[in-house]
Design a protein around this ligand. Structure first.
Ligand SMILES: [Zn+2]
Length: 411
């Protein structure tokens, strides 16, 4: 067996089993007593319901994860990627079109495999707990729009990578990095609102108490808010959220309609104060910088992988091509991506504490604590996550730790 194939199989197995163990630990930790900070968020009936919800979701995750793992291992072992490669080459022999069709076919296959799990998650589990508001028509149009975006953005990225590789060979990673950086900047300044509008209706927040409170707060702390939108998140789910977007001096805030329905106006301002904290502590620019550096490192490693033609043989393909090299790279990158993900989560949790501390400094500690409790209760959040699971997988600190720190700040 090809040595690279063995390495890839070992990497994928280690990754899969580590994640599985974490999920199982998290499931077994549900028997634990919730920490004092989070007691009283649910009554006994809701608490049992929240645990059943976590169990249903993690069961679905375990089954779909196992199926995905077995399929991928089987595809690698039986050289199924060579088969996809042949089909794509029969459609188009031009290397760029060949690569695009190859990834198109893989994407389509992956989407079809995950479809039954998506349907079960949305229409069975989310329905059972009263979260789902998606109907068949919304689900279908979301799918079609998702495919359109994947073809447009994914196709553009692959086109750009293969094109620069053909022009510059090994050094393609430099011009490709420049172009990818432009795409990252465009997406983080205008792109996210355009994409949000593609899936949802965004309307300006109506004049009233909430709008006034938001503007008063934004002026007080000098947070340059330009537009405040309300998004019809309720069309899909009763779960609530908020975020802000935009680089430099133009900030746009998006509040889910469900957030406004569930929280008092002071609690919404507290959520916004938390977002302002991310801005004031330069988290957005720091994360942007990191993602640009990271994409440069990835592209450099990709060009190293592309200069090893033997990698193609690992997939049973007997000629060298960009798309097979890219596939090999993505699979070999698994352990690095695991470590980067872990590191990213550690930093993200630190940023969340800092944004919470900023909220407290500007006088909204108890309103934020109430908002977090309300949202956790509404979303049937897990009150007893396993510490190891939190360490590896949580981008936000667990609720008990966040509330604990907020309470300290109120005093
Ligand atoms: Zn945050």
């Amino acid at each position: 067996m090809n040595i690279y194939l063995i390495v890839i199989l070992v990497f994928l197995s280690l990754d899969y089993f580590t994640r599985l163990v974490l999920t199982l630990l998290n499931r077994s930790h549900m028997k634990a007593e919730p920490k004092p900070e989070v007691q009283g968020i649910y009554n006994q009936e809701q608490y049992l319901k929240s645990q059943q919800y976590q169990r249903d979701n993690s069961k679905l995750q375990i089954i779909s994860g196992a199926l995905g793992f077995v399929l991928l291992m089987g595809m690698l072992y039986f050289h199924a990627f060579a088969w996809f490669d042949d089909i794509a080459r029969e459609v188009f022999s031009h290397p760029i079109l060949h690569g695009l069709v190859f990834f198109g076919l893989l994407g389509l296959a992956a989407d079809l495999i995950s479809l039954p799990f998506d349907l079960y998650g949305t229409f069975v589990i989310e329905n059972r707990y009263g979260f789902n508001r998606t109907n068949a028509a919304t689900f279908l149009t979301d799918k079609i729009k998702g495919w359109f975006l994947a073809i447009l953005l994914g196709g553009l990225a692959i086109l750009l990578l293969i094109g620069t590789w053909q022009l510059f060979g090994f050094w393609f990673w430099l011009p490709a990095w420049g172009l990818i950086t432009l795409i990252i900047l465009a997406l983080s300044s205008y792109g996210s609102i355009i994409i949000a509008r593609f899936f949802n209706k965004l309307s300006p927040l109506e004049a009233g108490e909430l709008k006034e409170k938001i503007h008063t707060y934004a002026q007080k702390v000098n947070f340059p808010v330009r537009d405040i939108y309300v998004m019809d998140g309720s069309r899909r789910s009763s779960k609530a959220n908020a975020y802000f977007t935009g680089l430099g001096k133009v900030k746009r805030i998006v509040l889910f309609d469900t957030l406004i329905q569930k929280l008092s106006s002071d609690q919404v301002v507290a959520v916004l104060a938390h977002e302002a904290g991310h801005y004031k502590k330069e988290h957005i620019n720091k994360l942007l910088f990191v993602s640009i550096v990271q994409s440069g490192v990835m592209l450099f490693l990709l060009s190293l992988a592309l200069s090893v033609p033997e990698l193609s043989a690992a997939f049973g393909v007997n000629y060298h091509s960009f798309h097979i090299g890219l596939l090999a790279f993505v699979l070999l990158y698994t352990p690095i991506s695991f470590v980067m993900g872990l590191f990213g989560n550690i930093v993200s949790r630190k940023f969340e504490f800092e944004a919470d501390a900023y909220t407290a400094e500007t006088g909204y500690a108890s309103a934020l604590a109430d908002a977090l409790k309300n949202l956790s209760a509404e979303n049937l959040s897990n009150l007893t996550p396993h510490p190891a699971y939190v360490f590896f997988n949580y981008s936000h600190p667990d609720l008990a730790s966040r509330l604990g720190k907020l309470v300290q700040n109120v005093k």
